[in-house]
Ligand binder design. Structure first.
Ligand SMILES: [Mn+2]
Length: 353
């Protein structure tokens, strides 16, 4: 998008508007949070509009909580916002009717900025900038700031830098030249000490309890790892642990799933882009839920009360469909961590050997 296009299509139609709501996806990740924060900054600088950022779900991941706190990002839970009183609704890093952003019936977004595959439901919006080939929505927002020649605020820059970094897993996952170039643009403005505190926060003991539980539950089917998280502390935990497990040597696919607030949520990871994780996420919950995402990472959600009206055991169906797609038929799983394999040699034997 050129400077002129941004000015004419995004900025000009908002002139004179007062009530602008910017929505992230539910349980927002750093890219979604940074994009909202960046867009809010753009609207303030160009038009003097003070917009409101709202999110459905919760901000559970400790890194995301510290991002919001340290960079002074004002965000309200959707329950505290009367969405119908806003004349403009913008969605960042998500699109309507995809299962990861709640919009009340009859509410349609006016602005959609995203990097997931374009959905038909977005086409009603007046401003659509959906670029599937780009690594993060933060990249798109950074491009706007640059094209509009706005001064770069350090907290905004830090958020956007982290948004790009985290969505592309350090510029290694589905990143493009544009993501790299705009990271370099932001770098001199980023608050490195704050960023380090965001990326390496103190974690509650509960996190390690959950990590232990998932590691001891993970099963391996050849080059596929599957793990069920029994008690999910926060919804993003599923994706966080999927990121962890896909790093196991020799593993090609990963599925993590568990229940949260009456839903079954899952994350899929794969090591090779050609496998199309997003398509698979869509396929395995067909008819019982919603799923989608990118080439190497994807997620989905099944409303259990709804699904139980159609099938007896949605969890079992999800798992079986996944395994049918990715692993050789009938393969017996082994546990990732087999308790009896842990062997501690006496110190003397260690020295002698
Ligand atoms: Mn994103």
């Amino acid at each position: 998008m050129t400077k002129q296009e941004i000015e004419e299509k995004l900025i000009a139609p908002l002139r004179g508007k007062r009530k602008v709501l910017i929505m992230t996806h539910d349980n927002p990740d750093p890219d979604s949070i940074a994009s909202a924060f960046g867009l809010k900054y753009i609207l303030k600088k160009t038009l003097g509009i003070t917009s409101v950022i709202a999110y459905g779900g919760i901000i559970g991941r400790v890194e995301n909580q510290s991002m919001v706190k340290l960079l002074h990002i004002d965000m309200l839970p959707l329950s505290e916002v009367s969405i119908r009183s806003y004349s403009v609704v913008a969605l960042v890093d998500c699109q309507p009717h995809t299962g990861n952003v709640y919009l009340p019936p009859g509410v349609h977004p006016d602005i959609v900025i995203d990097h997931h595959p374009l959905r038909k439901s977005s086409e009603k919006a007046e401003f659509i900038d959906v670029r599937r080939g780009i690594g993060s929505t933060s990249t798109i927002i950074t491009q706007y700031i640059r094209h509009l020649n706005l001064p770069v605020d350090k907290e905004v820059a830090t958020a956007l830098f982290y948004g790009i970094k985290s969505d592309t897993r350090d510029l290694g996952r589905q990143s493009t030249d544009i993501d790299v170039r705009l990271s370099v643009f932001l770098y001199p403005f980023t608050l490195q000490k704050k960023l380090a505190r965001i990326e390496h926060p103190e974690k509650p003991r509960e996190y390690y309890v959950k990590l232990y539980s998932i590691l001891s539950n993970a099963r391996i089917y050849g080059d596929v790892v599957v793990a069920r998280v029994d008690l999910i502390g926060w919804p993003e935990m599923i994706g966080e642990f999927a990121d962890e497990l896909i790093q196991i040597e020799g593993i090609r696919w990963c599925l993590c799933y568990g229940r949260h607030n009456g839903s079954l949520i899952f994350s899929i990871r794969t090591t090779r882009p050609s496998y199309m994780a997003g398509v698979l996420a869509h396929k395995i919950c067909h008819g019982i839920g919603k799923g989608g995402g990118h080439e190497t990472y994807a997620a989905g959600k099944i409303d259990l009360a709804q699904a139980l009206k159609k099938v007896k055991d949605p969890e079992d169906i999800l798992l079986k469909r996944f395994l049918k797609e990715v692993s050789p038929r009938g393969m017996e799983p082994t546990m990732l961590v087999a308790a009896d394999k842990v062997e501690i040699k006496p110190l003397q034997a260690e020295i002698n050997s």
